[in-house]
Write a protein that binds this ligand. Structure first.
Ligand code: MOS
Length: 741
C-alpha cells in the first residue's frame, strides 16, 4: 500500500533553494541588528600579549570589542568534551577568549561588534594585537617522535586499540604479505553556506537562528556554556546550506553570538567568513595509515594490521574512526587496529562526510588491490573469497547485507569483466586507460537516543508532522511528508513536514548517515499513533459507518478508513465530532548497544580513468557505484546523495588538499581559489545502482542511510584504476600532477 515512499518526488523546497528565497541563519532580519566580526590569531602557538583596541573603539558604529580581557567567562567547569549523544556537543573542549593562550592559528582572540558588517570588519582591521609566539607543531612529520597511543578517540566513544585473534601468528601463517603506508591530506570543510548564527535576547530568553545539523545540539551546548536553563533557549534553523559534518558539532560562534548580543543589548549576527571556515569548525585531520595484509596463496586473509597516525588538538583525543568498517569488511581471523595521536597546534578535528570510513577504506581497498595483483586474482574474486558471513568484530549476524549483489550488479553495469588485468595494457593516443574497483562499507544508523515526532491532521484533511530536525540539503521535508502520507493513507500533497525548531519534539542531530533512518522512524511512530487514534475513535463512534469494526482490520487510503464495504473519511469523523484537528505523538527507541546484530551499509565502487603520464593529468571517465542502502524513501534524493558522495570521493582522490605550513602553523589553503573541489568539468558520467535489501532491524522502515556510503571506496577505485592505467602505485590522497609525472 506504499505509494509515496520511494517515489522520486522533487524537493518541496527546491524553488526556494534555487531562487535564493530560502533564508539561512544569518539572513534573518531583526530590528536593531548588530554585526559581529570574529578575529583569529595570526600565530599558531604562544600568547596574546596585548590587544590595543583604542582606534577600533573610536570608529563610528562600534558597539563592543570583546577579547580575553572582557569576554564573560563561560559557565562550565570542567570544560565540556565533544559528544553527540544526548548532551552538549561542543566541537572541542577548549572555549576561546577565556585566557591569553593561543593553541592554534585562527583561534578566536577578539570579537568586534558594530552596527553594520562593514564597520565591524573595518574596526577589526584596526586592532593592534601583540603576540608572544613560540614554535608551532602542526604536522605529522614534525610530531612523529611524540606520537602516543590513544586510550579512546572520537569523544571517548571508541577504543584506541582493538584486536581479534593473534596478529603475529596471522602474519606468520601468510604466504603473501602486503605492507604499505598510505597518506591522506587534511580536508577542509567548505559547504556553500559558511556557518553563522543570529542571536536575539528577550529579557532572559534567548532565541538563536543557527546553521546546524541539530537544533537540540545547539540548544544543549549553548545552554551549558552560558549557564542558562534549556527552557529559556529556543533554536530555529529552517535552512542550512550544506554541512557534511561541519555543523554537526557546535563550534564557538553560536555561544559567542549570544554572549555578544547580551553585551550590546541588541540582536547580533555572527557569520564566519570563507577563510574562517578553515579554522573555526574543524577539519578532517592529516593522516598516515600503515596496513599489513597477510594472505594464503589462494587469497584468504590471515592477518590485517591497520595503524593510523594523526595530529589532534592540545585538548581532545580526536581521530576520525578510520578503523571502523575496515575492520568489519572481511572475514579475517587475526586483526589489530591502533590509533596513534600527536598533540599539535590545531583545533580538534571533526566529522567530515564519510567520517573515518572514507579514509580507512581507501587504505584497505588500495592494499586489497595490491594483494589481488600479488595473488593473480581478479579484485572482485579476492573480495568474494574473504566475504564476511557475519560481522568479524562482534560475531553477530548482519541486520542485512547485499554486498555480493553490489559486486555483481556494479560489475555488470560497469562492464568490469571485459578487463585485461595487466597494467598499462590500454592506450588511446597519449592517454593510458585503466579501471579499478573497491568495496564500500559504512555503519548503518548507530544506537542513539529516543526519537520523537508529532503528527496532526486538520478537519480539512491536511496533515502537519513536526520534529526538531534540520534541513541541510538532504530533502528531509520532502521525504518525511512521503513517510507521513503512506502511514496515514493521505495524498502526499496534503502532508507537510515542519522542522528546525527546538519547540518541536526532539530528534538527535542527523549525523553519520542516521538522519533518514531515525527521523523516518519518529515520523512513522507519530503518524502510526495518529492513525490508530483515528481508527479507534471511528470504531467507537456510533455515528460512524465503521462503528463496531475490528480496528486491526481497518485499512487507510486516500484519506479514508475502510473495513470491508464500510468506510469513512478522516474529515467526516472529525467534523461530525466538532473537532478542528486530531494530534498524536510518537517515539522510536533505537536498538541499544547490546543489539545482537551488526549493522553496516555495503556498496561496490568502479572507476575508469585516463592518465596522461607526460602532463600528469588524470581524467575520471566513468564511475559506477552499486549500493544496498535498505529502504529508499525517495529515489531522486537517494540518487543525488549517492552521486554527490561519489563525486566528493573523486575530489578526495584528485583535488582536495590542505596542509599546515610547518613554519607558521597555518593552513596553506584558505579559500576556494586554493582549496580545490570537483566542478562539473571534473565530473564524469556517474551510474548509481541500487541493490534491494530488506532490513527489519535498523529501524521500522529499514532505512540504512545514503549520506556517506557513496563517498566510501570511490577514491580507492580511482587510485586502483590509476595503477591499472600506469602500473604505478601512488599511495596517497589526493593524487596530484607531481605524483604522476
Ligand atoms: Mo556526518 S560527516 O556524520 O555529519
Amino acid at each position: 500500500m506504499t505509494t509515496a515512499i520511494g517515489a522520486p518526488l522533487e524537493r518541496v523546497d527546491g524553488r526556494q533553494k534555487v531562487t535564493g528565497s530560502a533564508r539561512y541563519s544569518t539572513e534573518i532580519p531583526a530590528t536593531g541588528m548588530a554585526h559581529a566580526c570574529l578575529v583569529g590569531a595570526r600565530i599558531a602557538s604562544g600568547r596574546v600579549r596585548s590587544v590595543d583596541a583604542s582606534d577600533a573603539r573610536e570608529e563610528p558604529g562600534v558597539l563592543a570589542v570583546l577579547t580575553h580581557e572582557n569576554l564573560p567567562r563561560i559557565a562550565t567547569q570542567p570544560p565540556l568534551v565533544p559528544s553527540l549523544f544526548g548532551g552538549p556537543a561542543p566541537g572541542e573542549t577548549f572555549f576561546p577568549m577565556q585566557d591569553d593562550i593561543v593553541h592554534y592559528g585562527g583561534q578566536p582572540i577578539a570579537l568586534v561588534v558594530a552596527d553594520t558588517h562593514e564597520r565591524a570588519q573595518h574596526a577589526a582591521s584596526l586592532l593592534r594585537v601583540g603576540y608572544e609566539a613560540s614554535e608551532p607543531l602542526t604536522t605529522i612529520e614534525q610530531g612523529r617522535d611524540q606520537a602516543y597511543e590513544a586510550e579512546k578517540i572520537f569523544g571517548g566513544f571508541l577504543p584506541g586499540r582493538s584486536a581479534r585473534g593473534d596478529i603475529e601468528e596471522g602474519i606468520e601463517k601468510a604466504d603473501i604479505v602486503v605492507e604499505a603506508t598510505f597518506d591522506y591530506a587534511a580536508n577542509s570543510h567548505n559547504p556553500l553556506e559558511a556557518s553563522g548564527t543570529t542571536a536575539i535576547w528577550d529579557g532572559d530568553e534567548l532565541l538563536l537562528y543557527d546553521g546546524t545539523q541539530g537544533v537540540n545540539a545547539t540548544q544543549l551546548t549553548v545552554a551549558a556554556l552560558l549557564g542558562i536553563p534549556l527552557s529559556k533557549i529556543r533554536v530555529l534553523s529552517q535552512f542550512v546550506g550544506g554541512s557534511f559534518g561541519s555543523k554537526a558539532m557546535i563550534w564557538h560562534h553560536p555561544a559567542l553570538a549570544a554572549l555578544a548580543a547580551r553585551e550590546v543589548g541588541r540582536p547580533v549576527k555572527l557569520a564566519l567568513t570563507r577563510e574562517q571556515m578553515f579554522t573555526a569548525c574543524g577539519h578532517r585531520e592529516e593522516q598516515e595509515q600503515h596496513i599489513t595484509l597477510g594472505a594464503t596463496n589462494d587469497g584468504r586473509l590471515t592477518a590485517l594490521r591497520h595503524h593510523k597516525l594523526s595530529p589532534t588538538s592540545h585538548f581532545d583525543d580526536w581521530a576520525e574512526p578510520s578503523l571502523n568498517s575496515a575492520a568489519q569488511m572481511y572475514a579475517c581471523p587475526n586483526y589489530e587496529g591502533v590509533y596513534r595521536l600527536i598533540r599539535a597546534n590545531t583545533m580538534t578535528p571533526t566529522f567530515m562526510r564519510g567520517p573515518g570510513d572514507s579514509t580507512g577504506m581507501f587504505a584497505l581497498e588500495c592494499a586489497m588491490d595490491e594483494l589481488a595483483e600479488k595473488t593473480g586474482l581478479d579484485p572482485i574474486e579476492l573480495r568474494l573469497r574473504n566475504f564476511a558471513d557475519a560481522d568479524p568484530v562482534s560475531g553477530n549476524p548482519w541486520s542485512s547485507n547485499g554486498l555480493k549483489e553490489c559486486y555483481q550488479r556494479g560489475a555488470a553495469s560497469f562492464g568490469w569483466h571485459d578487463r585485461d588485468p595487466a597494467p598499462g595494457s590500454r592506450r588511446e593516443g597519449n592517454w593510458l586507460i585503466g579501471t579499478g574497483m573497491a568495496a564500500a562499507g559504512y555503519p548503518a544508523p548507530p544506537p542513539g537516543t529516543p526519537q520523537r515526532a508529532r503528527a496532526r491532521i486538520y478537519a480539512d484533511g491536511s496533515v502537519v508532522v513536526q520534529g526538531a530536525t534540520t534541513e541541510f540539503g538532504t530533502g528531509v521535508a520532502t521525504v518525511m511528508a512521503q513517510v507521513a502520507a503512506d502511514v496515514l493513507g493521505v495524498p502526499v500533497e496534503r502532508c507537510r513536514f515542519e522542522k528546525g525548531d527546538t519547540d518541536f519534539p526532539g530528534i538527535a542531530s542527523a549525523v553519520g548517515s542516521a538522519g533518514a533512518g531515525m527521523i523516518s522512524a519518529a515520523v512513522h511512530a507519530a503518524a502510526t499513533a495518529l492513525r490508530e487514534q483515528l481508527i479507534g475513535e471511528a470504531v467507537a463512534d456510533s455515528g460512524s459507518p465503521l462503528h463496531g469494526a475490528d480496528p486491526a482490520g481497518v485499512v487507510v487510503r486516500n484519506g479514508t478508513m475502510s473495513a470491508g464495504t464500510s468506510s469513512e473519511q478522516y474529515t467526516d469523523l472529525l467534523r461530525r465530532n466538532l473537532r478542528p484537528d486530531a494530534e498524536a505523538s510518537g517515539t522510536w527507541n533505537p536498538p541499544g548497544m547490546d543489539t545482537p546484530y551488526a549493522m553496516l551499509t555495503f556498496g561496490a565502487q568502479f572507476a575508469e580513468v585516463a592518465v596522461d603520464p607526460e602532463l600528469g593529468l588524470v581524467r575520471v571517465r566513468r564511475m559506477t557505484g552499486a549500493f544496498a542502502p535498505g529502504r529508499v524513501l525517495n529515489a531522486r534524493t537517494v540518487r543525488s546523495q549517492l552521486m554527490g558522495g561519489m563525486l566528493w570521493s573523486l575530489g578526495q582522490a584528485l583535488l582536495e588538499f590542505n596542509r599546515m605550513d610547518p613554519a607558521t602553523g597555518r593552513w596553506v589553503c584558505n579559500s576556494l581559489g586554493e582549496y580545490l573541489v570537483p566542478v562539473n568539468a571534473d565530473a564524469p558520467d556517474v551510474t548509481v545502482e541500487l541493490v534491494d535489501v530488506e532490513d527489519r532491524i535498523v529501524n521500522p522502515l529499514g532505512v540504512k542511510g545514503v549520506g556517506e556510503i557513496g563517498q566510501v571506496g570511490a577514491n580507492a577505485a580511482i587510485a586502483n584504476a590509476i595503477h591499472h592505467a600506469t602500473g604505478r602505485r601512488i599511495r596517497k590522497m589526493p593524487i596530484m600532477i607531481e605524483d604522476i609525472i
